[in-house]
Design a protein around this ligand. Structure first.
Ligand code: GN1
Ligand code: MG
Length: 361
């Protein structure tokens, strides 16, 4: 369906400029500029999200809860939380004739996002943004949320799925990935350990974001101060360690997450420290001792999980993640594994840094 026609359904009229944005591996995203405002229009990927209505219900409930918190603290809800538009029927999405689901939110004025940054202040502010996101949802009723992708961050299950795909080898791609597969097999226990700690009650579930790449935080374009957290599709009950870990996996890597030359890939402890200062600064007083301890191994676990998801997609024909070259998912896997190896070497240092941040907070 035409972007202009979608906009009309949400009450946006007049002359519009439409530009497709290319960040994100899942949904299709457009920046729409009207005479007086900018909007983000998105088509939800129906292959990944089987029940988009449930996503939009989760988003409506959590953004409203956060809006109330911001108002109570005297903040600015128009910049610190996303505002989704409704159609004439009062719904925050529109299903077109092909069954595709569309939504629109107001572009936060004078905001920027960063795919990568070396600036410790921005990293600290990104940590604060995701920490604050969880903090605002501490008293949110998790039972009112749908599980929009089942077992999304169930690392042991993700690895089971991968090894089943290895057995089937439906695309004949296993041989070239053998070394990567062997590494993942060797790390299966350690990578799944924080999820097992939840199962046995050692770690609590919280309401989490579950997709905490630093480009999912908006900052004030002038001051670099954190504003809203975006990409709210995967808000579900989850692990604090995985929101933290996924963020540093992305932000503290010395390369992009799909760098083909793995010799360039390393885990940067200075960047890790900056992000952790922001995150632990917001949540430190709410963390159990076990949760604080879980952040480092969770960082390793979520990285192995993503490696196994990229590799599973490669072995089964590249259906899930958008790719822009034939071996893209294989290269992403190798990059994440190189990063995980460096994280493993630096695990004790990570723990020491985390403990000292909390005790100085
Ligand atoms: C996907 O589309 P994007 O970039 O927000 C994926 C994340 C991965 C990420 C890796 C719903 O997120 O889990 O970490 O790619 N989102 C979903 O780049 O699967
Ligand atoms: Mg996402």
């Amino acid at each position: 369906m035409e972007i202009n026609a979608i906009c009309q359904l949400f009450g946006i009229t007049g002359e519009l400029e439409v530009k497709q944005l290319k960040s994100g591996n899942i949904n299709s995203t457009y920046l729409v500029t009207s005479a007086d405002q900018k909007y983000i229009v998105q088509k939800i990927n129906g292959y990944v999200f089987k029940a988009p209505e449930q996503i939009m219900s989760n988003i409506a409930l959590t953004t409203e809860h956060i809006r109330q918190k911001i108002l109570a603290e005297g903040g600015d809800p128009s910049r610190q939380v996303l505002h989704f538009l409704s159609t004439a029927e009062g719904k925050n999405f529109w299903k077109d004739e092909d069954g595709s689901v569309w939504r629109i939110y107001v572009f936060v004025p004078n905001s920027v996002a960063f795919d990568a940054t070396d600036d410790p202040t921005i990293l600290r502010n990104a940590g604060a943004a995701f920490g604050n996101f969880q903090r605002n949802l501490l008293d949110f009723d998790a039972a009112s949320l749908y599980e929009t992708i089942s077992d999304f961050h169930n690392t042991p299950k993700r690895l089971d799925t991968l090894f089943a795909s290895v057995e089937r080898d439906e695309c004949g791609r296993v041989a070239e990935a053998q070394e990567l597969i062997d590494y993942l097999a060797a790390k299966r226990e350690l990578a799944g350990s924080v999820v097992r700690q939840v199962e046995c009650g050692e770690l609590p579930l919280r309401v989490t974001h579950n997709d905490t790449k630093c480009n999912n935080v908006l900052f004030d374009a002038d001051t670099g101060e954190e504003l809203a957290v975006i990409d709210l599709d995967t808000i579900m009950p989850g692990l604090m360690a995985y929101d933290f870990g996924d963020a540093v996996r992305f932000a503290a890597c010395t390369t992009a997450e799909d760098e083909p030359d793995t010799s360039k890939v390393a885990f940067d402890l200075d960047k890790f420290t900056a992000f952790a200062e922001g995150f632990v600064g917001k949540l430190g007083d709410t963390m159990t001792e076990a949760e604080l301890d879980s952040l480092a191994v969770g960082t390793f676990g979520i990285t192995i999980e993503l490696a196994s998801r990229f590799l599973d997609d490669y072995l089964t024909g590249d259906k899930y993640f958008a790719t822009n070259r034939p071996k893209h998912n294989l290269e992403r896997t190798a990059c994440q594994i190189a990063l995980a190896k460096d994280m493993e070497r630096k695990m004790e240092q990570m723990k020491t840094i985390l403990h000292s941040i909390r005790s100085n907070a």
